[in-house]
Design a protein around this ligand. Structure first.
Ligand code: PBG
Length: 328
């Protein structure tokens, strides 16, 4: 008790503060999401995400070379095709935008970990994460029909040279479908990082401009998790993904779901746990910093530290490049 115990003694000397720090950020645990679109010499700024842009494959190559020098854990690629259709055909073609981007990036920096986001919503004209059907009496994403599309996409990614595949569509059985497709085609060594506990979140708003993937009608609540669902439901999602063969699991978004990250860390101690610090979490800080309301670097590092402290060992973040420089 006071006065014998004074916790301020641990804070008085800056070197003691440094010594007793337990949560450390390293660029090696950060993954940078990047958006690729067809064309040449394009760096199209994303208005809702200051500092981020859609890149054509040649510009992606420059970006990848720069990123490779920063010691980041890797990059996560999203493809935005020029033509979209009901099934997202571009994603299932070896000459589609994601395949082209992966080949170009892999050639530019063979040692940089290249992860592909696997979903239909950037490729479909309706913007939903799968094939639509009305078989249940109302229009909805048909889970099992979508699994076939997902399996085909996984092979496109793997053949192009993706090092890791990250399915984000929240379809039941998606990990199993991808694992079977990969294993059947000689890609047993390619790991799956599943967006296991992905919530139907308003924080994806800016991303939908970045990926041009806003649903043209309705929303994603019939497949993404309800924010108010029991955290135990997220644990069931993770458990099922692991049983289906997921190698790494993810909670998304990060900051409003730190409790879920903590639960996952405690419940699955041996499983690599990632968290996605999503577009809205990034953009709201950017917007406030632009107004001079606070210091971007300080807030960004505080956010990333809190995600790490909650228990995520890997963070997907649009600040990855900045953070690597700040931490250097
Ligand atoms: C695609 C996908 C989304 C994000 C990652 N993959 C959007 C969505 O589900 O609507 C969001 C990323 C972000 O907001 O930064 N399924």
């Amino acid at each position: 008790m006071f006065p014998t115990t004074r916790l301020r003694r641990l804070r008085y000397h800056p070197a003691v503060r440094e010594l007793v720090r337990e949560t450390r950020l390293s660029p090696a645990n950060l993954i940078l999401p990047l958006f690729v679109r067809p064309g040449k010499a394009i760096r199209e700024p994303i208005a809702a995400m200051p500092g981020q842009a859609q890149l054509s494959p040649d510009v992606l190559v420059d970006e990848i070379r720069e990123v490779a020098k920063l010691g980041l854990g890797g990059v996560l690629l999203f493809g935005i095709p020029s033509t979209k259709d009901a099934l997202g055909s571009d994603a299932m073609s070896d000459s589609g935008i994601i395949a082209e981007a992966v080949r170009a990036a892999k050639q530019a920096a063979p040692d940089l970990l290249l992860i592909t986001d696997l979903c239909c919503c950037e490729y479909t004209d309706h913007g939903h994460c799968g094939a639509l059907s009305e078989s249940t009496g109302r229009i909805d994403v048909d889970n099992d029909a979508t699994l076939e599309l997902i399996a085909r996409q996984a092979l496109v990614h793997a053949r192009a040279g993706a090092d890791m595949i990250a399915p984000s569509g929240m379809m039941d059985g998606m990990v199993r479908a991808i694992r079977q497709a990969l294993d059947g085609d000689g890609f047993q060594h390619v790991p799956i990082m599943s967006y296991s506990a992905k919530y139907a979140s308003g924080f994806y708003g800016p991303f939908r401009e970045a990926a041009e993937s806003a649903p043209q009608f309705g929303d994603r609540r019939s497949y993404q998790m309800d924010p108010a669902a029991a955290a135990g439901q997220a644990m069931r999602e993770i458990e099922l993904d692991l049983a289906e063969g997921a190698d790494l699991v993810m909670v998304k978004p990060a900051l409003p779901y730190l409790d879920v990250i903590r639960d996952a860390r405690e419940r699955f101690p041996g499983v690599p746990l990632a968290a996605y610090n999503v577009s809205g979490e990034y953009s709201m800080v950017k917007a406030a910093a632009e107004r001079g309301w606070f210091d971007e670097q300080r807030i960004a590092l505080e956010c990333l530290t809190s995600i790490r402290r909650a228990g995520a060992s890997i963070i997907l973040t649009y600040w990855a490049k900045d953070a690597a420089r700040w931490l250097a």
